[in-house]
Design a protein around this ligand. Structure first.
Ligand code: GH3
Ligand code: MG
Ligand code: MG
Length: 302
């Protein structure tokens, strides 16, 4: 397997022999990181983002419970799966560890086969959880980000733009005469056309932090942080040109013989709220529709 795709396991134990035994055991299947005390465990966890931590409970300076508490308090590590590995084997110790948010509790001396089986199980759950998280943010038809993802990212990027004073641009794109397209070519063809528009839009937002999301029906929203109106116009021109090149026939359009889109855009300038900025983009989309469709309207004088 490609090392980049190996899951990462951090072993935190003050005892060198224990670290070594666990490392030897895990190395053939995982990428193993080691920490000899709590401070190092926190540092490595934040820096390397392991998928799972095998955490010794009894360590000098900072015990495993405290390490776990701090992991959960740091947004960078709050979700990491932790298995306590401990010489404390009373039921209360185990119950306490699980109550604190550990995924599992292994008593020392441990059995190698059991450790490996539990590690594999928890890593599988980590993979499944990540997959569900990803799916919860993706639109099933177009594979663009979905509305929920857009709402989250818009909030984050809007606040960031407010703090930093950097420009934030928003473009709302709506397919022209799409009802007629469905009526004329059928709903499955409509779905394919919508996917093609989505791919075209996605290919044009290439900067990190940019997001193309399906806002609803046949509407796509482009969120472009650190992008002023002129730069954003390049992106919307890219979408219109890309779609022009695809030249998807639309004999029932009334706008053009091919599928076209109307786009309304707005760039954060002053004191407007996130809702105001969105409303401005929406108003501009409406203006683009009224003015004949197949065009971009961006901060047109009102
Ligand atoms: P306009 O030029 O004003 O935008 O007209 P329009 O026909 O595109 O707009 P309208 O809002 O009247 O109709 C939108 C259509 O988009 C109707 C709906 O069936 C279609 N649509 C929305 N989502 C999907 C989808 O997921 N797949 C398909 N095939 N069609 C969809
Ligand atoms: Mg439409
Ligand atoms: Mg619409």
């Amino acid at each position: 397997m490609n090392p980049a795709s190996l899951q990462k396991v951090l072993v935190a134990d003050d005892d060198a022999i224990n670290r070594q035994v666990l490392a030897e055991l895990l190395k053939p299947e995982y990428m193993v990181l080691l920490a000899k005390d709590g401070a190092q465990a926190l540092d490595r966890a934040a820096r390397h983002q392991p998928d799972l931590i095998l955490l010794d409970v009894v360590m000098p300076d900072m015990d495993g419970y405290e390490v776990l508490r701090r992991l959960r308090a740091d947004p960078a590590t709050e979700d990491v799966a932790v298995i306590f590995v401990s010489g404390l084997d009373r039921p209360e110790d185990e119950a306490n560890g699980l109550k604190m948010g550990a995924s599992d509790y292994i008593s020392k001396p441990f059995n190698a086969t059991v450790v490996m089986a539990r590690v594999a199980l928890h890593l599988q759950m980590v993979r499944q959880r990540r997959m569900l998280e990803r799916m919860a943010h993706v639109d099933g038809l177009t594979a663009l980000a979905n509305r929920r993802r857009f709402d989250e990212m818009y909030e984050v990027e809007f606040q960031r733009a407010r703090r930093s004073g950097s420009p934030l641009s928003l473009a709302l794109l709506d397919i022209d005469s799409f009802k007629q397209y469905n009526d004329h070519y059928g709903h499955p063809a409509g779905d394919r056309a919508l996917r093609a528009v989505a791919r075209t839009a996605d290919a044009c937002v290439r900067r990190s932090g940019d997001l193309a999301a399906r806002y609803g029906g046949e509407e796509i929203v482009l969120l472009m942080p650190d992008t002023d109106a002129a730069q954003a116009r390049h992106v919307t021109d890219c979408v219109r040109e890309g779609l022009g090149k695809l030249a998807i026939e639309h004999a029932a359009s009334g706008v053009a013989p091919v599928l076209t889109v109307s786009i309304g855009g707005a760039t954060l300038t002053g004191e407007e709220s996130a809702a105001d900025l969105f409303a401005a983009a929406d108003a501009h989309l409406y203006q683009a529709k009224v003015a004949g469709r197949d065009r971009v309207v961006w901060r047109a004088p009102t």
